[in-house]
Design a protein around this ligand. Structure first.
Ligand SMILES: CNc1nc2cc3c(=O)[nH]c(N)nc3c(CCc3ccccc3)c2[nH]1
Ligand SMILES: [Zn+2]
Length: 372
């Protein structure tokens, strides 16, 4: 398979330290991938994202097909050139965003028809069209078009939804243009039902993909259920291919999922909550808008090397948010992404040193230290 390369460098229990190689560079795993929905990681320049340590970022088929359209981005040389990001890019296939963003959508065997949340115009997304859009975007890692089964769902609903996604996975694979350094990931569905999940892993393995994503989670099922499903999926899915847990998560979710063998993660929490004033720090979370930070001269996190923590006090960041200054969301986004990358770097090092349980345990204990 020309696609993308994956080297499994070290394991410590089920935790894995690996490396994914693509046409635009290498991704050290376990990896956190910042979300850059509309060709921008909101409030961050490409250089700022790079300075956090991120080695790959995510784009969205749904948003970019609506604006500025995939054809426009393709015409301008693809997403890397369009947003001046020369490292790897992964794009989602659009199914999840259609279900969570657009209204008036109809699902058929063929694909999904929906109205744009921007201007109400009508659009049609099929596996073939989604793969073509991601090719026009020049995405290094393309995701199959799938249906993220709603939660909760009965076993019968989850079964028919998963089986549709498996038929779409085959159509996605048939439409994908194989190129060295570019890959296609299948997405496991099956709701919270173990045997449906196993059926989905088997179906995807028979088709053959460069990597396997665990879909249908982080949709309200809760951490324990997510971990339980995740263990089963991780055990079944190929040892020698990357595993991507979609939509996960908070720092404690990341630590727990790395422990259970996951290699790649995405989540809007660090960026979205950063913009609202929520900072993730080694001892938990801080809502900078809270009055108690108004006179606090300490940085968000003494151990953080980001521009917010090196140059500013909590009092200043509190002021920026109260004053509605755009520098506030910029600095908190920057801090959160920097912290997430530091966390992943610490987990990679712990696996390399064979100290994952000890390091992860200490990190989890600090996250619950309380009042900060
Ligand atoms: C927040 N929780 C969450 N659960 C998800 C489940 C699925 C799923 O079952 N199928 C697909 N295709 N995507 C999912 C996503 C979106 C992840 C994403 C966002 C932005 C850019 C690139 C990728 C999810 N996100
Ligand atoms: Zn910081």
């Amino acid at each position: 398979m020309t696609g993308i390369g994956f080297e499994l460098l070290k394991t410590d229990g089920r935790a894995r330290r690996g490396r994914v190689s693509t046409a635009h560079g290498v991704i050290n795993t376990p990896a956190f991938m910042p979300v850059g929905t509309a060709a921008t990681v909101k409030a961050m320049t490409s250089d700022a994202v790079k300075s956090t340590g991120a080695e790959i970022l995510l784009g969205n088929t749904y948003h970019l097909m609506l604006r500025p359209t995939a054809e426009r981005v393709g015409q301008l040389g693809g997403l890397h050139r369009f947003m001046n990001w020369d490292k790897p890019i992964l794009t989602d296939s659009g199914g999840f965003q259609v279900m969570s963003l657009s209204d008036l959508r109809t699902m058929t065997e063929e694909g999904v028809t929906f109205k744009s949340h921007l201007d109400g115009s009508k659009h049609h997304l099929t596996p073939e069209r989604s793969i073509q859009i991601q090719h026009l975007l020049d995405s290094n890692i393309t995701m199959c078009l799938d249906e993220c089964t709603p939660f909760p769902a009965t076993e019968a609903q989850a079964a028919s939804s998963m089986r549709l996604s498996m038929r779409w996975a085959k159509r996605s694979k048939d439409a994908f243009v194989e190129r060295p350094g570019y890959g296609l990931f299948g997405i496991v569905q099956g709701g919270v039902y173990a045997d449906l999940r196993a059926e989905s892993v088997a179906a995807l393995s028979d088709i053959g993909f460069d990597g396997y994503a665990i879909g249908g989670l982080a949709v309200g099922e809760g951490q324990e259920t997510m971990f339980t499903i995740n263990i089963r999926n991780a055990r079944h899915a190929h040892r020698d291919r990357p595993r991507y847990l979609m939509g996960v998560g908070r720092p404690s979710d990341l630590i727990g999922a790395v422990r259970r063998g996951v290699d790649m993660f995405d989540c809007v929490m660090p960026t979205r909550s950063g913009r609202t004033g929520q900072a993730f720090v080694r001892r938990g979370t801080i809502n900078i808008r809270n009055a108690r930070h108004a006179h606090d001269e300490r940085p968000l996190d003494e151990e953080c090397g980001c521009p917010a923590c090196r140059n500013h006090s909590r009092a200043y960041l509190h002021h920026l948010f109260k004053a509605g200054e755009m520098l506030g969301p910029m600095l908190l986004t920057w801090h959160n992404l920097h912290y997430y990358q530091d966390l992943m770097a610490e987990l990679r090092q712990a696996i390399e040193d064979g100290r994952f349980d000890e390091v992860a345990g200490a990190l989890e204990a600090r996250l619950n230290e309380g009042d900060i």
